[in-house]
Design a protein around this ligand. Structure first.
Ligand SMILES: Nc1ncnc2c1ncn2[C@@H]1O[C@H](COP(=O)(O)OP(=O)(O)OP(=O)(O)O)[C@@H](O)[C@H]1O
Length: 341
């Protein structure tokens, strides 16, 4: 659906050049929710604005739905942009227009007749849950309601792609979750491709199918969210995930402090329905080892449950080995963090 090929983006000229993106390749499938995460200045805004050519690449190509955006003339680009909706961190609503007129705005621009406008706006008001607010002005709305107007306006032209530029960064956690749920519902209802940029791993793990981690203008890690989240490879990804799961450096201290003879500290990852099974207790009963839980998390990645337990297994080395093998055979992921002597 979206392809960025060997993209370079420089801002400024001569000695003042800042390279925001260098040699970036990215491919996003139709109907997926794709997240891009990175620190401030990593190049996220530049990347998302390249997709609808709000920023032109210095070199490289941008394809949306098979069309090379960089080769279009002005009117062709306008037509292609109607397939790409966008929402913003600070909503960018027209303050002097009502909710109704904000949503109608893209349709008025292309001179849609009033009856069709009315039908579409009412449908969208219902979709975003603002039917009773249509005559209000943006200043009379909460942040979450403003973003709902932004979403409805972005959907007015029946786009195939929705770009979300830090769409929940100005919202509190509860409102963030309600907006994320709305985006997920829209994605499922219309098979809309959603691209979002964020600096919060929580946003990624709540709704995204795949994620790319961007750092200093390049993608350093990319893949299905569960894979990247549970087995982060790059230090920047690891840092985002540690922040999210609130596992601190104290963890390392706990592992060292709890170090015992004839023990091994392991991290066990449970995915999907296995998260709630009693696999660990059944296994240790059979192999005869004891265990102590050092840390544990149960959460979800896009509505799929997962659990991670840090445990110290205690027993004869052979018993511990059998325990690890048995857990692995039962489909759990076991990573040895520390061998006891
Ligand atoms: N219009 C511009 N002129 C000059 N430099 C720019 C411009 N826009 C962005 N940059 C620079 O390009 C780099 C990438 O910026 P970008 O805004 O894409 O990052 P970001 O990851 O979105 O950061 P943030 O989360 O802070 O918005 C930064 O070094 C930034 O200073």
């Amino acid at each position: 659906m979206i392809e960025l090929k060997n993209i370079r983006k420089d801002y400024g000229q001569g000695k003042q050049v800042t390279t925001a993106l260098s040699g970036l390749d990215l491919s996003i499938n139709k109907g997926e929710i794709f997240g891009v995460i990175g620190h401030s200045g990593a190049g996220k805004s530049t990347l998302i604005r390249l997709i609808n050519l709000l920023e032109r690449p210095t070199s490289g190509e941008v394809y949306v739905d098979g069309i090379n955006m960089t080769k279009l003339n002005k009117s062709q680009l306008q037509a292609q942009r109607r397939k790409i909706g966008m929402i913003f961190q600070h909503f960018n609503l027209l303050s002097s227009a009502t909710v109704y007129e904000n949503i109608a705005f893209p349709l008025r621009l292309v001179k849609t007749d009033n009856k069709k406008v009315d039908q579409k706006v009412k449908e969208l008001l219902e979709l975003v849950g603002l039917t009773n607010h249509s005559n209000k002005y943006p200043s009379q709305l909460s942040g979450g309601q403003k973003q709902r107007v932004g979403i409805a306006r972005a959907l007015a032209s029946d786009p195939q792609v929705l770009l979300c530029d830090e769409a929940t960064s100005a919202l509190d956690p509860q409102t963030t979750n309600s907006i994320l749920k709305l985006l997920l519902d829209i994605n499922q209802k219309y098979n809309l491709t959603i691209v979002l940029i964020t600096h919060e791993m929580h946003v990624i793990s709540t709704i995204c199918d795949r994620v790319a981690v961007i750092h200093q203008g390049g993608i350093v890690e990319e893949g299905p969210v569960a894979e990247v989240f549970l087995k982060p490879q790059h230090p920047v990804t690891q840092e985002f995930i540690l922040r999210e799961t609130e596992v601190s450096d104290l963890m390392e201290e706990a592992i060292q402090a709890s170090h015992l003879e004839h023990s091994q500290t392991v991290k066990i990852t449970f995915l999907g329905s296995k998260t709630y099974d009693s696999i660990l207790s059944q296994t240790v009963r059979q192999t005869g080892v004891d265990f102590a839980i050092l840390q544990g998390t149960i959460s979800t990645i896009k509505q799929m449950p997962y659990g991670q337990l840090m445990v110290r297994l205690e027993g004869h080395p052979e018993q511990i080995l059998r325990t690890v093998e048995s857990l692995t055979l039962q489909g759990l992921e076991v990573e040895v963090l520390h061998h006891g002597s």
